[in-house]
Design a protein around this ligand. Structure first.
Ligand SMILES: NC(=O)c1ccc[n+]([C@@H]2O[C@H](COP(=O)([O-])OP(=O)(O)OC[C@H]3O[C@@H](n4cnc5c(N)ncnc54)[C@H](OP(=O)(O)O)[C@@H]3O)[C@@H](O)[C@H]2O)c1
Length: 256
């Protein structure tokens, strides 16, 4: 094995991925599994997680399914107990679960606002608080959070989403500084547009889709596998000096 391949080998590591039932979370679970990690697949949907589990195991990987709502303190606490009992300590935490409600600010209900903030931001606090102790004292740990181009720029009808994702960037920086001396890195991945279920309202509207794609400098939606490769690299020993930052993977969206 070359030094580069060795540095990116995650054998012996356990990676927990929230929102692993589909989209980018599923792609990251598959990529980390292919790199040798055992994966803990978390979401609220047991049936979808079971399909992802079958795909990973069918490809020769190791995975376990855990059903939890990561915006609930009680469920995150219970999740930590179950993961510890079935898999032991987690070395890699990927805070990926997220939702978007697209609406003008004045039309938001408080419940809609809170559901976006709780799912996209508070879950990162709840999960990191419970799983950082797994990594402490070992000299290695990786926390990745799915931020967004909407952490850096915005669009109309993205107030709750942009606010939550920009706040995650602040959390990443503070937590990275708290953990930097312990070999635990904390980083964000800011995807541009990827054609996952979250964006089907745009993809399925031909006129809107054409307009939207015309605004992506590379002229197409992103490929989910590219997120998997980046996550694999950031979790590896090769990325040990990268912490407290955010990597944009956006087809040039924010370069304008
Ligand atoms: N797609 C994009 O273009 C894009 C761009 C920038 C950032 N992102 C971010 O990347 C992440 C993944 O996005 P995606 O496009 O893959 O979205 P997606 O296809 O809609 O998947 C979202 C995932 O989050 C899970 N989830 C949502 N609420 C949850 C909760 N309360 N507890 C546990 N799991 C929950 C869902 O699982 P269940 O429904 O099974 O519970 C699902 O697995 C999100 O944080 C998103 O904001 C995406």
């Amino acid at each position: 094995m070359s030094n580069l391949m060795q540095a990116q080998n995650l054998s012996g590591k356990t990676a927990l991925i929230t929102g692993a039932s589909k989209g980018l979370g599923k792609a990251m679970a598959q990529a980390l599994s292919a790199a040798g990690a055992t994966t803990a697949l978390v979401s609220r949907d047991a049936a979808k997680l079971s399909d992802v589990h079958a795909e990973i195991c069918g490809a020769g990987g190791k995975a376990e399914v855990f059903v939890a709502d990561v915006s609930s303190e009680a469920q995150v606490d219970q999740l930590e107990k179950e993961v510890s009992a079935r898999l032991g300590k987690v070395q890699i935490l990927i805070n990926n679960a997220g939702i978007n409600v697209r609406r003008n600010l004045i039309d938001f209900t408080l419940e809609e606002w809170q559901s976006v903030i709780n799912t996209n931001l508070t879950s990162v606090f709840l999960m990191s608080r419970r799983f950082v102790p797994h990594m402490r004292g070992t000299g290695y740990g990786r926390i990745l959070c799915m931020t967004s181009i909407m952490s850096h720029v915005s669009l109309p009808q993205r107030s709750a989403y942009s606010a939550s994702k920009a706040a995650v960037l602040g959390l990443i920086r503070a937590l990275a500084l708290e953990l930097a001396a312990e070999g635990i890195t904390v980083n964000g991945i800011s995807p541009g547009p990827f054609a996952t279920e979250m964006n089907m309202a745009i993809v399925n509207n031909p006129e809107l889709n054409t307009q939207f794609v015309a605004n992506i400098p590379v002229g197409r939606w992103g490929k989910v596998e590219d997120i998997g490769s980046l996550a694999g690299f950031l979790c590896s020993d090769a990325a040990a000096f990268i912490t407290g930052t955010d990597i944009l993977i956006d087809g040039g969206w924010t370069a304008r």
